[in-house]
Design a protein around this ligand. Sequence first.
Ligand SMILES: *Cc1c(COP(=O)(O)O)cnc(C)c1O
Length: 377
Amino acid sequence: MSAVARDSVTGDPQASELLDLVRPELRAFAGYASARREASGGEVMLNANENPWPVAGDARGLNRYPQPQPEALLQRLATLYGVPSVNLLVGRGSDEAIDLVVRALCRAGQDAVLIAPPTFGMYAVAATVQGAALRSAPLCAEQDFALDVDALLAAVDASVRVVFVCSPNNPTGAQLPIAGIERLARELAGRALLVVDEAYAEFASGPSALALIARYPGLAVLRTLSKAYGLAGARIGSLIADPTLIGVLRSIMAPYPLPTPSVDAALAALSPAAVQLARSRVALLCEERSRLAQGLASLPGVRKVYPSDANFLLVRFADAAAVYRRTIAAGIVLRDPSRQPGLEGCLRISIGTPDENDRLLALLASTSPPATAEATS
Ligand SMILES: *Cc1c(COP(=O)(O)O)cnc(C)c1O
């Protein structure tokens, strides 16, 4: 793959600028030459030490190694996201792409990752695992966690190789204005890779950063089938970026990252009928998000329901610990992000089915106000 990476660099100053951000020892690294990558499509496959017989009951050929990046899946995802398939890397969830980007760009003990907290925890995990420093430019808590583009840019020094922004942001919920993202892409060009994590883009009303990819080679966008497409268990996520970066990441990626059953599940989930169903469910979840937000806002123990463009709500409670205990005792599990700075007293609530949301609202209504109830329990 590095051959591809270098070919696409030839005579392309933007691509070589991008390659300058990659760890020097990986710029021309070819990675593992797997049998499936070297040759496929023959009739008698004696090159991969596979077992020639499928296991009992297997109709899909699980005795064979899968394609590293199955063409049919690339095509469907390219259509779904409206990008050329050469811009796609498909991995084991977008979590894998986050890890690959940090490993490819950050030299351990030297380089840094910049984030805008409170945000998704995997950016910090990937930085720690790679031995990269973690820098932060916090979101503006007083302004519903708006992105402070100036503060983020001011935090970029020569050691920062990757800047992660999450839009809509997990766990705060708001989508970041596209103008701010474009300004970041413009000003970071040649200095650091900007990764916009759009795991929740399907639930948002504003435009996706995907439209900017062609103009900014230093911009990468993460999408996933885990949320809107109901496929968290299959682990299929995409990084959309310049082909130069895709080539580098493929060279350090596991040789067979996508299990055949997951690829089959993704292809099924991306059939026209399945996509239509997924879109109607997203619409229902967005309606439920408004209904749940209104219901929660009317409860006395609720201080604030933050605006959300995702399939969850961030809610600040008078006594979040009590609410958490009440709900878990009733078998309803919420996410407690309250240890992150700025999120004291907050819980994150995923939007469920209408029945599930009703159960939550009924429980919280019956236990409000929590102060006296807690004192006796
Ligand atoms: C859920 C989530 C992901 C993880 O997606 P996978 O594709 O399941 O790995 C990535 N980013 C954010 C912000 C998320 O909330």
